[in-house]
Design a protein around this ligand. Structure first.
Ligand code: BGC
Length: 773
């Protein structure tokens, strides 16, 4: 299928009406009535901020915001947030699942610049993305819009994307803040998650983007977090986002996420979208007049809306243009970079890939002709053109590559033949071929915004096709399409070579062909584990929750952290991805400097391309802290770098870890702590292909907890001040090891009351006071 559309014209109608004089936020704010300020706090319509007109003059112009994230979805006529109405043509870049798999921050910055250019050329002020929610379960229907199960890779790549977009003078909306990790009941469900897990897993990607790239806006999620709607969550929107992270922009609601507008203003939500028809503006005014809402809070929110308008105006005055061809080429490069070669086993002594000139191949699978390249919902882009792999392979072969659809897709062409007839035709096409390329994947209805998947499997007809084709010709390469993990364990024995292009955007078809032929050496790596079974996944049993609550029972053990802690086999581990070349890792070193909150570890390793073709390797650094007081994951990604190397070339990769990379969120002290002791620093090509592991000693900070009457004897024995006194008492009691273990777990007050301590409560009180002094 080839679809070609012309470049979007800039429509004059959408240009904001300019204010008569330069836009000075403080001057404008001071001139507004309470009603006018309140009106700014919700939208004009579906996609525009409110304007203020006075005496025929525009006091505050309206600006347009629009989805996002991997392309512009600017609706021309009817507006909706579910991907129903049509939108102007725009480049559909690879979805975050694919972009993330590139692990290439420079590439994401360039894609961001292109997105920014298209946003600007279309008179849009803010592109509503990216989304950095963590892939808690592979079932989440919106995983294709998210980057990873790991916050470091998600945050780092999203920060680069935001940087790129905003460099064009338009804004972004970092979403969905926070703990929106499922679609089921997304508008009401309470994500019940402990603070340490929030701090270590679900918030850091947001934190990284905010602190590194200052997105113009952050979009709060629909769901509740521990019982409070994110849109009125003071701790999230103000304490954490603004006070701790220093967010300077505007907080916008997800579309329709506001339940109590007054509580939301008080919590730090600036802009409710879309329009409320004036209803909630009136509530805000009434609350101020009744003395229930401080007008200063309304001013603060209105100031941020005005600030957004002010920073949008320069670009809106000079929209510029974009080059449709160049952006398509970039989309192709990005999709190829995000394609992950999972497996490439030898058949008859040699791996099937790369194909070289694909003269001898046959192509099977409707997805080769009818590509799935993006997901459904608010992110659905109307592409400027659309490449399919079949056409791309034919053009690379310079010949008519034989093809059979093998199965039908609801979104593909009509085909009245029976499933058996389709398979029989595919088997015939495959039989004589040098190699069979079998395109399989998730049909569109399997994954979407608004609902979750029910299982990880491919449709049964696709698996049956694969089995039949492989029986006729074992030289099978499977090419997967889908926005999230697909289980491969049932059928991958029939696929000596296997790769996934995810949902690769409008040029995904040609990009996959580039990787198959070897025009591009694959360098993508998994940012999410491919599990063997749904039952193995961390959230299994706690997803998607019930009766309005979803319990994050796996805590910090999300993604590979879970599989590693439980020593569970997986189909393909986090960080995995093959190349057509090989890389050697040598001279790994880790050097510690500083202590406590100033501790640093400089990790270096020499990477050499030991194969015959140029390629790129993603070097990953993991940290483990086995001696900590709290259970920490076996290893956690803390840094990565992508290096491009010619055959024989080598490069020393250096990654600097700071104290935060060593620390955990202390649930009692409620702050990040570096606990001293041994740390394991591993350098690897994946989370389960560690090429070097180094043990370093780090001098930590004081994590002594205050003692109280219910501290245990064991805790008191470990205390630097009280410890010697308590140990002497215990030693004096001459307890046997069994008794000692029992007593160690008893609260001090109980031991004293039982007369086992040899001193009374008053003496205990004094000991505690001295210890805590
Ligand atoms: C989605 C957001 C989107 C908004 C506007 C919501 O339903 O969750 O991601 O930006 O609609 O379309």
């Amino acid at each position: 299928m080839t679809l070609d559309q012309t470049a979007p014209a800039t429509t004059a109608d959408d240009s904001p009406r300019q204010p008569a004089q330069p836009f000075d936020v403080e001057r404008v704010l001071a001139s507004l009535t309470l009603e006018e300020k309140a009106s700014l706090l919700s939208g004009l319509d579906f996609w525009h901020t409110q304007q203020v007109e006075r005496d025929g003059e525009t006091v505050v112009p309206s600006v347009m915001v629009t989805d996002g994230p991997h392309g512009l979805r600017k609706q021309a006529e009817s507006a909706d947030h579910l991907g129903i109405g049509n939108s102007v043509p725009a480049t559909c870049f690879p979805t975050a699942a694919a972009l993330g798999s590139s692990w290439d921050a420079d590439l994401l910055r360039r894609v961001g610049e292109a997105l920014g250019r298209e946003t600007r050329a279309n008179d849009v002020a803010v592109l509503l993305g990216p989304g950095v929610n963590i892939k808690r379960s592979p079932l989440c229907g919106r995983n294709f819009e998210y980057f990873s199960e790991d916050p470091v890779v998600a945050g780092e790549l999203a920060a680069a994307l935001v940087d790129g977009i905003q460099s064009l003078g338009v804004g972004t909306s970092l979403k969905h803040f926070a703990a929106n990790n499922q679609e089921a009941d997304r508008m009401r469900v309470s994500a019940d998650v402990d603070e340490r897990t929030l701090r270590e897993i679900y918030l850091p990607a947001f934190e990284r983007v905010v602190t590194k790239a200052q997105p113009w806006t952050v979009m709060c999620s629909y769901n509740k977090v521990n019982g409070v709607y994110a849109s009125q969550h003071d701790w999230l929107l103000t304490t954490v986002l603004r006070d701790e992270w220093g967010f300077e922009g505007l907080v916008v609601s997800d579309w329709g996420a506001v339940r109590d507008r007054v509580a939301a203003v008080a919590a730090g939500l600036d802009l409710e979208m879309p329009a409320s028809g004036g209803r909630t503006d009136a509530e805000v005014v009434a609350a101020v007049r009744a003395g229930e809402l401080d007008e200063g809070l309304v001013d603060a929110a209105a100031r941020r809306v005005l600030g957004l308008v002010a920073r949008s105006l320069p670009a809106l005055e000079a929209p510029g243009e974009f080059d449709v061809d160049a952006h398509h080429t970039l989309a192709r490069e990005a999709a190829a970079a995000g394609t992950v070669l999972l497996r490439n086993e030898p058949v008859d002594g040699a791996p099937l890939l790369p194909l070289g000139a694909p003269a001898e191949v046959a192509v099977v699978g409707e997805l080769a002709r009818t590509p799935r390249y993006q997901g459904a919902g608010s992110s659905q882009v109307n592409p400027t053109r659309l490449d399919d792999a079949l056409t791309a392979l034919r053009s690379a072969a310079g010949a008519d590559v034989p093809f059979a659809p093998g199965y039908t897709l609801a979104e593909g062409p009509d085909d009245d033949r029976s499933p058996e007839a389709l398979v029989a035709e595919a088997v015939e096409v495959a039989r004589g071929a040098g190699t069979v390329l079998v395109f399989l994947g998730l049909p569109a209805a399997y994954e979407s915004e608004g609902y979750d998947r029910e299982h990880l499997d491919l449709p049964a007809d696709q698996v049956a096709l694969l089995r039949a084709v492989a029986a006729a010709n074992p030289r099978v390469v499977v090419v997967l399409a889908g926005g999230s993990a697909i289980s491969v364990s049932e059928w991958q024995d029939a696929a000596p070579a296997l790769l996934t292009g995810w949902l690769g955007g409008q040029a995904g078809g040609s990009a996959v062909a580039d990787v198959l032929t070897g025009a591009v050496t694959p360098s993508g790596k998994l940012t999410e584990t491919l599990p063997l079974r749904l039952e193995d996944t961390p959230a299994f049993g706690n997803f998607p929750g019930e009766l309005g609550h979803v319990r994050y029972g796996e805590g910090v053990l999300v993604g590979y952290r879970w599989y590693d802690a439980r020593k569970v086999d997986v189909a393909y581990p986090f960080g995995h991805g093959l190349s057509y070349t090989t890389f050697a890792y040598d001279d790994a070193a880790a050097e510690v400097s500083g202590t406590g909150a100033d501790a640093r570890v400089r990790v270096s390793v020499r990477v050499t391309n030991t194969g015959a073709v140029a390629g790129a390797e993603v070097v990953q650094v993991y940290v483990g802290d086995p001696a900590a007081q709290v259970q920490r994951p076996e290893r956690e990604l803390k840094g990565f770098a992508k290096v491009h190397l010619d055959p024989g070339a080598s490069q020393v990769v250096t990654l600097d870890l700071d104290a935060r990379d060593l620390s955990y969120w202390h649930p009692v002290l409620r702050r990040w702590v570096v606990e001293g002791g041994e740390f394991r620093v591993a350098v690897g090509a994946s989370s389960r292909d560690l090429r070097a592991e180094l043990v370093v000693d780090v001098v930590g900070e004081d994590v002594t907890l205050p003692l109280h009457e219910l501290s245990t004897v064991g805790e008191a024995m470990a205390h630097p001040v009280a410890g010697p006194v308590v140990r002497a008492t215990i030693d004096g009691a001459g307890l046997d090891p069994v008794m000692l273990s029992m007593v160690a777990d008893m609260p001090l007050a109980v031991v004293v009351d039982f007369g086992m301590a040899g001193f009374d409560r008053a003496a205990l009180g004094q000991l505690i006071e001295t210890a805590n002094a």
